[in-house]
Ligand binder design. Structure first.
Ligand SMILES: [Zn+2]
Ligand SMILES: [Zn+2]
Length: 555
C-alpha cells in the first residue's frame, strides 16, 4: 500500500480528533490532534522527508505521542485505535460537529436518541420540530442548529486570519530552512488579499534555475509555486488572484492587443513578467493593492486614476477599546501600547450590566480614573491613557449608566452583548446612536466568523444614523469578528461616517490584532483620514472634547 501524504494524514488525524471528542474524556487530547492536523496541512516539506529524518517534532503541536500516530497513519493509512472508534459511530455523524454551538455531547445525543446520522437528517429533524421535543436537547438548541447550519455547510476548511498567519509563517520558515537557495519567498492567495477567512495557503518562491519553474504544488499540503526571477511577478499575480480580478486584467490586455497568461503579459514579442508593477503599468494601470483585487470595481477605479490611498499599520496613532483584567491592568496594557509606538491607549472595560464579564461599578470606574490620572502625570505629554467604557446597549437602546457617570468618560463605545434575537434590533441601535454620549458603535452586527451570523439589522439605516449623529463606526479587529464587514465600508464612507480600528484586546498579545483591522479597512478602501485613531493625540483629545461639548448643549 502506498504511503499517505500530509494532506491524507491530516484528514485522518482530524477524523481521529472528532471521534475522540465524541467519545468524551480529556478534551485536550482531541484539541491537540486537531491542531496537529492543521499544522500538517501547511507543511512546506514533504511528510516522508520529515519522517525519514526523524523531524516530525519540529511541526507545531506535534510531540512524541502524536508523532507516533502520524507515522503509523502515513505508513499504513490507518491506526488501530481509529479503527476501533470507527466501529462505534457512523461517519456522517461527524459532519454535525461543524455546526457552531453544537457540542460533541449533544451530537452524540442527536445520534443515539434521534438516530440522526448526517447534516441533511439534522436539518430535516430541526425543521420537523423533533429536536425541540427531545429530552436534553430542546427549543434553544433547535433554533441554534437552524441558524448555524449554513455556516456548517459553507465555512469548512477556512481559517481565521491569525491562525492562517501562524501556519503560513511556519511554512515559510521551514521552506527557507529546507531550501536555503530560494531567493524570495512570498505569501500569496487569499491571505495576501486580506480576506477575512483564508481558504488557500499559497506561497510563491523564487528559484535560481529557470527549468525548475512550476505552478504545481511542491509539498503535500500547501501550494508552493516556484518561479524564476524572470517570471516572478506573473507567478505572484496569478497565485494572489482573485479569479475575477485576473479575468478583468485579461480583458484589458485583449483590448490592447496583448495577452495575459500564467507566464506573463505577452506584448508582441516581448514578455512582461518579472514584477507585478511592470505588468500593471504595461496594461496602463497603476499598481493595485492585493486587498482590492476582488473584481468589485477596482479595475475601473484604477483606469480612472481614482484608487483610494489605503491605510497602513503606521498610520494608526493610538489604540481605543481595550479591556483590562487582574493580570493585564491599565498600567501594563498602556505601557505595552506605548512600547508599540502609539500615542494613546483607550481603556474601555465592560459596563455594570455585563456581570458575566466583570462589568465596572461606579466605584470601580472612579478608581480606574484616579489610576489613569496618576499614570498620565507620569507619562507626560507624549502619551496618554484615555478614559473610555464599553457600555452595554440595554434592550431598550439606552446606555448602561446615568448621565453624570457617562459624562466622566473621554469616549463611550456602545455595544450590544445580549438579546440578539430582539425584533426591534435596528431601533435599539438607533436609540443608542442618538444618545449624545455615544462616541463609537462597537462590533455593529455582533457576528462571529464561522460561529454565528450577525443579528438582523438594517445596516444602511444604522450607518446613516451614525453619520447624522457623528457616531464613529468600529472596525472590530478581533479576527473572530472583523465587524463591520469590509463590504460595507464604502457605504459608510459615502454616508459620511468616520471609522475606528479597535482591537477589543483582552490581553497584551491581542493588542496586535490591530493589524487585522487595518487589513479589513484596506479591503474596504478606507483611507487614513477617515479613521478616528489615525488622529494624533492633540487632535483626538480635541475631537472628544468637542463631542462632550455637544453633549452639554443637548442636555
Ligand atoms: Zn464588546
Ligand atoms: Zn470589547
Amino acid at each position: 500500500m502506498p504511503s499517505l501524504d500530509a494532506r491524507g494524514v491530516a484528514s485522518l488525524l482530524r477524523e481521529y480528533a472528532q471521534r475522540t471528542a465524541l467519545r468524551g474524556g480529556n478534551p485536550y487530547r482531541a484539541k491537540a490532534y486537531a491542531k496537529a492536523a492543521d499544522s500538517l496541512a501547511a507543511l512546506a516539506v514533504p511528510l516522508h522527508v520529515l519522517i525519514a529524518e526523524d523531524r516530525l517534532k519540529e511541526i507545531p503541536g506535534v510531540g512524541e505521542a502524536i508523532a507516533d500516530i502520524i507515522t503509523k497513519l502515513h505508513k499504513t493509512g490507518s491506526h488501530p485505535s481509529l479503527e476501533k472508534l470507527r466501529k462505534e459511530i457512523p461517519e456522517g455523524v461527524l459532519e454535525m460537529l461543524a455546526v457552531p454551538g453544537l457540542r460533541p455531547e449533544k451530537v452524540l445525543r442527536l445520534y443515539k436518541d434521534l438516530g440522526i446520522t448526517s447534516l441533511a437528517e439534522l436539518e430535516a429533524a430541526a425543521k420537523d420540530d423533533r429536536i425541540k421535543k427531545a429530552k436534553g436537547l430542546g427549543a434553544a438548541l433547535q433554533a441554534k442548529i437552524l441558524q448555524n447550519l449554513a455556516i456548517a455547510k459553507s465555512g469548512e476548511g477556512r481559517l481565521h486570519l491569525h491562525r492562517a498567519a501562524v501556519m503560513l509563517t511556519h511554512a515559510k520558515d521551514s521552506l527557507r530552512k529546507a531550501r536555503p537557495e530560494l531567493k524570495r519567498v512570498t505569501i500569496a492567495g487569499d491571505f495576501r488579499r486580506g480576506c477575512e477567512l483564508v481558504g488557500e495557503l499559497t506561497i510563491v518562491a523564487e528559484t535560481a534555475k529557470a527549468d525548475e519553474s512550476s505552478k504545481a504544488s511542491a509539498a503535500d499540503g500547501l501550494q508552493i509555486r516556484l518561479s524564476d526571477r524572470k517570471h516572478f511577478g506573473a507567478a505572484l499575480l496569478f497565485a494572489t488572484g482573485s479569479a475575477a480580478h485576473i479575468e478583468q486584467l485579461q480583458a484589458i490586455a485583449g483590448e490592447k492587443g496583448m495577452r495575459l497568461e500564467m507566464d506573463g503579459l505577452h506584448k508582441g514579442r516581448t514578455l512582461i513578467a518579472n514584477d507585478e508593477i511592470a505588468i500593471y503599468r504595461a496594461l496602463g494601470l497603476p499598481f493595485i493593492d492585493p486587498e482590492l483585487r476582488e473584481g468589485l470595481g477596482e479595475v475601473e477605479l484604477a483606469l480612472k486614476g481614482k484608487l483610494p490611498k489605503l491605510v497602513t499599520d503606521e498610520d494608526l496613532r493610538g489604540i481605543l477599546h481595550c479591556h483590562t483584567d487582574a493580570s493585564d491592568g491599565t498600567e501594563t496594557l498602556a505601557k505595552a501600547t506605548r512600547q508599540r509606538g502609539f500615542e494613546y491607549f483607550g481603556v474601555a472595560d465592560h459596563s455594570k450590566s455585563a456581570h458575566y464579564a466583570g462589568g465596572l461599578s461606579e466605584e470601580e470606574i472612579a478608581q480606574q480614573h484616579r489610576d489613569a490620572d496618576r499614570l498620565n502625570k507620569r507619562f507626560g505629554k507624549d502619551f496618554r491613557i484615555l478614559k473610555g467604557i464599553e457600555s452595554d446597549i440595554l434592550a431598550d437602546g439606552s446606555l448602561d449608566y446615568a448621565e453624570d457617570v457617562l459624562q466622566r468618560f473621554d469616549f463611550v463605545v456602545a455595544s450590544i452583548h445580549g438579546r440578539f434575537k430582539l425584533e426591534a434590533q435596528t431601533q435599539r441601535l438607533l436609540r443608542a446612536i442618538s444618545d449624545p454620549h455615544t462616541t463609537i458603535i462597537g462590533h455593529m452586527t455582533g457576528r462571529q466568523l464561522q460561529r454565528r451570523p450577525g443579528y438582523e439589522i438594517d445596516i444602511e439605516k444604522v450607518l446613516r444614523a451614525c453619520a447624522k449623529h457623528d457616531v464613529v463606526v468600529e472596525i472590530n479587529a478581533h479576527p473572530w469578528r472583523l465587524d463591520l464587514d469590509w463590504r460595507w465600508h464604502q457605504a459608510a464612507l459615502d454616508f459620511g461616517c468616520m471609522v475606528s480600528i479597535n482591537p477589543d484586546a483582552h490581553s497584551i498579545t491581542e493588542l496586535d490584532h490591530m493589524h487585522w483591522g487595518v487589513e479589513m479597512a484596506r479591503k474596504g478602501g478606507v483611507p487614513a483620514d477617515r479613521i478616528l485613531n489615525a488622529m494624533a493625540l492633540p487632535e483626538i483629545t480635541r475631537y472628544f472634547r468637542q463631542k462632550r461639548r455637544s453633549v452639554a448643549r443637548a442636555a
